[in-house]
Ligand binder design. Structure first.
Ligand SMILES: CSC[C@@H](O)[C@@H](O)C(=O)COP(=O)(O)O
Ligand SMILES: [Zn+2]
Length: 212
């Protein structure tokens, strides 16, 4: 069972994370959302509430959702789960992530615009920060078309997701075209690191390789 106390603890953590991402300009206004996986069986996530200024969240601005991103009954506070809670839940279910971050970082949106079939990264030291080799490995950040239907977006994500195998790590990120990026990890610190490093990699790639 997930207690009110656990939810508040998650809220405290996610509010601090959101403030950090907002300060970087990646969660402008109400954009972006965050989740923590609180239990696996059944799948339960703490997810930021919808429509709030993500730079000003407090410990109570999270809700508990199920494996489809739906609000658990019994929460009478009138908060609505993030419109994208369903994709957070799918990412947690498919990848086993303990935390997921979604931001509208411009570099990710630009990269998705230039390379709608996936953004190829290679021979960059920062690739080590997402668990890949700095040399000689071709890493593709998948890009899916945007949708307002989270089940559809989840299916598009699953079609492209490659599980870790043969000593090769997963790619812990997904670009949603004309929208933003998701990144995840075992812990909130891992999800944050992946978000920040992916943003760097994408910004560098757009600056150096995008057609002008
Ligand atoms: C300007 S925010 C657009 C939203 O539809 C969405 O993409 C988003 O990132 C935030 O939605 P939210 O429901 O507040 O979690
Ligand atoms: Zn969004």
């Amino acid at each position: 069972m997930t207690s009110d106390e656990q939810l508040r603890e998650a809220g405290t953590l996610l509010a601090a994370e959101a403030e950090r991402f907002a300060a970087m300009g990646w969660m402008r206004g109400t954009s972006g959302n965050l989740s923590l996986t609180l239990s696996r069986d059944p799948l339960r996530l703490a997810v930021t509430a919808s429509g709030l200024d993500k730079g000003e969240l407090g410990p109570d601005d999270v809700v508990l959702v199920d494996g489809r991103g739906e609000l658990l009954p019994g929460d009478l506070r009138g908060l609505v789960p993030s419109a994208e809670a369903g994709l957070h839940a799918r990412i947690a279910a498919v990848t086993g992530a303990g935390a997921a971050v979604h931001v509208h970082a411009m570099a990710a949106v630009e990269a998705g615009f230039h390379w709608p079939d996936g953004v190829v990264l290679q021979d960059l030291e920062m690739l080590k920060g997402i668990g890949h080799s700095a040399h000689g490995e071709r890493v593709v950040i998948p890009v899916v078309q945007n949708s307002q239907d989270m089940a559809e977006l989840g299916d598009r994500f699953e079609e492209l997701y490659v599980r870790p195998a043969d000593g090769i790590a997963e790619v812990p990120g997904l670009i949603v075209a004309s929208h933003g990026i998701y990144a995840w990890g075992a812990t909130q610190e891992d999800a944050r690191r992946h978000t920040e490093i992916l943003e760097w990699l994408l910004r560098f790639t757009v600056r150096t390789r995008a057609p002008r």
